[in-house]
Write a protein that binds this ligand. Sequence first.
Ligand SMILES: [Zn+2]
Length: 516
Amino acid sequence: MKLKWIALLLACTASVAAAQERVDLIVRGGTIYTGSDAPFVGDVAVSGDRIRAVGRRLNYRAARIVDARGMIVAPGFIDPHAHLGEQLASNDARARLIPAFLMQGVTTALIGNDGGGEADVAAVLGRARTHPVGINYAAYVGFGPVRRAVIGEADRAPTPEELARMRRLVATAMCQGALGLSTGLFYAPQSFARTDEVVALAREAASRGGVYDSHLRDESSYSIGLAAAVDEAIAVGREAGLPVNISHIKALGVDVHGQAPAIIARIETARRAGQRVTADQYPWDASGTSLVASLVPRWAQDGGRVALLRRFDDASLAARLRAEMADNLRRRGGPASLLITAGRHRGRRLSEVAGTADPIEAAIAAIREADASVVSFNQTEADIEAFMRQPWVMSGSDASGGHPRAFGSFARLYSEYVAGRRVLTLRAFIERSTALPADTFGLVDRGRLRPGAFADITVFDPRIYAARATYEQPTELATGVRAVFVNGVAAVENGALTGAAPGRGLAHLPRAGSCR
Ligand SMILES: [Zn+2]
């Protein structure tokens, strides 16, 4: 009897101790979206870099309390497609905070997309230790640097020995923590590869638990066409045996406008057959690319820029080259659809640059100076919304210079398509920005507010969360984010950057036994 009483007394003491446990932080009284559950009003407690508890009324003693009443509290957003490699490695400590992302509540970015990721993934991820960063990032090994290192810019198939070397580069990167293989088959020299070459390299990612992320060979009617390019990506996933993510899904240009439902049907068929196929999307009707990529046929880029400039001067090629460039311009929507965002012509449409002259000659003259970046207006709202409604489509930015998408994609998706047109619910917006990418790309303990997960948390005001970046003013920071925690550290508080750089390079763990 006496023993029983002592046991009961001990149990009570333990529960009192638990109630008074000290944590570092409580985010109090916000509307919590965990990333996968129905919302409720409650608290999130954080100890160190991890979430300690999530609940309606938490009873901890906290070193710090953030009042989140009236706010949305969500996992930090995850961007599957961000061209931030240079900024994250920059010598400018403030640039490395990635203010454009933190001020939208984005706490993790995937880099190295479009086949651009450096092959030395260990160096990419390790830089976060010597060059502190504001957000977490994970990295792809990119097909571009791999092919360039072995075959250069040439338009030909690899020899068996060259293919073996490329496979080894991909395998090494995977063992260093790459998320998977990214390709940008639209771009030279990657466009020179046939599907079987891509499959051979994707197998190296597959056997180590990686994913295949692709900027399609054709998002329009340039070469094989949008539908065949989607089929190619799905075929790579099926034959190599790994999940496929289609980058920045879209129907680009007048020839393919209205094709979204047909593309969705193809992807649904593959998913029903058991394949893992997803996509990410940025909520803008213009894409961002370069004058060369948008207008110049790939055969004219065989051998790189020097060879291209020589071809511009080659009288025997002049008619064919100009005719194909004119067709590409038509496909994109004409000279008024290209807004130049760098160099001497920055801020002007190609139509304005050309004036009364031939727009193709104006483009060639501009390319001779430099391959300027352009914003290319080429999508319809009907296609954008059709893709957006699919539960396998994630939020993304494709962040790059000259386009407002780096500074406003997540905030715009909310203000325009959730609060405004109601294409998505708030819960769907948060899930596709958090748990869905975390699950798709195997980001362990990210993307959800749950005990034990890393404390990546965003707190925003649903009344004023919005993008301010526009095509004319692409670098305006978003409004409405009140606080952001990255690995438990405040990177934004009271709506302003703290200057802290708590981000990490996230290494993907290769499948057990696949790296020796
Ligand atoms: Zn891309």
